[in-house]
Design a binder for this molecule. Structure first.
Ligand code: SF4
Ligand code: SF4
Length: 339
């Protein structure tokens, strides 16, 4: 039998159920957005509260450990607070947000939603630099101040958001950059912040801003021999959208990742690793989960030994392609921990 061209990954368990709750609509237009979201990208439209509720009911009995909401900007969806209220009846929820739509009135409503549930509501806030000078060239003018104000409002209401940043700085600047993030967050009242640094996904706007994948940056059958498939989100998650169910939240723009109309069918279909972005998951581990492992120790090392003291894992350098075989020089990185 001829092996399929791409490897694929079975779903081991549905630990995470993701919702593309605001489609591709966002109030920002970031220069690194890997699904090119913007105010006028209507490729995927909002999910209604009823659509989400239907998928939640379908997921009951599938042993989902956490529900995730992404977009676009989830709070562009006017039903978001009700959607979270429904979701917290099923399990913990995490919302990925740019935190620019968090006036005190909305944060108070979210606090109320949290207080009425036994399950935890978490926010993951994207900020890509520790100052307007380092953040705004990527996310847009004024976004640093607006996001920090949103973080301050969340913290004042008792939330401890996870701050995520795409690594756009050289590896040798990692420790100092993390320390600067921590100082900036402390200035809005967020002590001991939770930080998560993500590798760039070289698709969408980021492929234009930075670079695309090289031909050798693909996951092959051979590369999966002995590899821990739990490192790949698609072995533990599915993404529900207004237009079908996908293997993961990274490959929204790729028809190869659309598995089925309904969740119950999508959980029975293997995720094809057909796209170059799978290579970033392969080399960097479960980049979409909430884990922040490694960052805290890097910050502490910088504080006790100076900025150069903290050795850190960096995953942003291009692979060294062997032109004669098409092989990549980064196959030894299979056991990388989550960023
Ligand atoms: S990166 Fe996030 S905040 Fe920026 S345009 Fe994309 S979805 Fe919106
Ligand atoms: S992008 Fe990552 S999570 Fe998505 S199918 Fe590829 S390996 Fe799996």
């Amino acid at each position: 039998m001829i092996a399929p061209r791409f490897p694929s990954v079975p779903l081991a368990a549905l630990d995470q159920l993701w919702f593309q709750v605001s489609g591709t609509v966002c109030n920002l237009r970031c220069r690194h957005c890997f699904i090119s979201c913007s105010p006028d990208n209507h490729s995927f439209w909002f999910m209604t509260r009823e659509m989400v509720r239907s998928a939640l009911e379908e997921s009951a009995g599938m042993d989902v450990k956490e529900y995730y909401f992404t977009g676009g900007e989830p709070f562009m969806n006017t039903e978001m607070e009700g959607i979270l209220e429904d979701t917290l009846a099923f399990g913990p929820a995490t919302v990925l947000t740019n935190a620019t739509l968090f006036p005190p009135r909305r944060v108070a409503a979210l606090r109320d939603v949290q207080d009425r549930s036994a399950h935890v509501l978490t926010f993951r806030v994207s900020i890509d630099g520790y100052s307007p000078e380092t953040n705004d060239p990527i996310r847009g003018e004024g976004t640093f101040e607006r996001a920090m104000e949103g973080v301050g409002n969340l913290v004042a209401a008792g939330f401890r958001p996870i701050i995520t940043a795409m690594q756009s700085w050289p590896c040798e600047e990692m420790a100092c950059t993390l320390r600067a993030f921590r100082n900036a967050l402390e200035s809005v009242g967020y002590d001991e912040p939770r930080l998560k640094i993500l590798p760039p996904l070289l698709i969408g706007e980021e492929a234009r801003r930075n670079r695309g994948y090289q031909p050798c940056e693909r996951v092959t059958h051979e590369m999966l021999h002995g590899y821990d498939l739990d490192q790949l989100l698609c072995s533990r998650a599915r993404l529900v959208t207004a237009s079908g169910v996908y293997a993961c939240p990274i490959l929204l723009d790729y028809p190869s990742a659309r598995l089925a109309d309904k969740l119950s069918e999508a959980v029975t279909i293997d995720a094809p690793l057909a796209e170059a972005a799978c290579y970033t998951c392969y080399t960097n581990g479960a980049i979409c989960s909430n884990a922040t492992t490694g960052v805290e120790s890097t910050v502490s090392a910088a504080e006790t030994g100076g900025c150069d003291a903290a050795a850190t894992r960096c995953g942003t350098e291009p692979a060294e392609c062997d032109a004669s075989t098409g092989a990549t020089g980064r196959r030894d990185r299979t056991a990388a921990a989550p960023a």
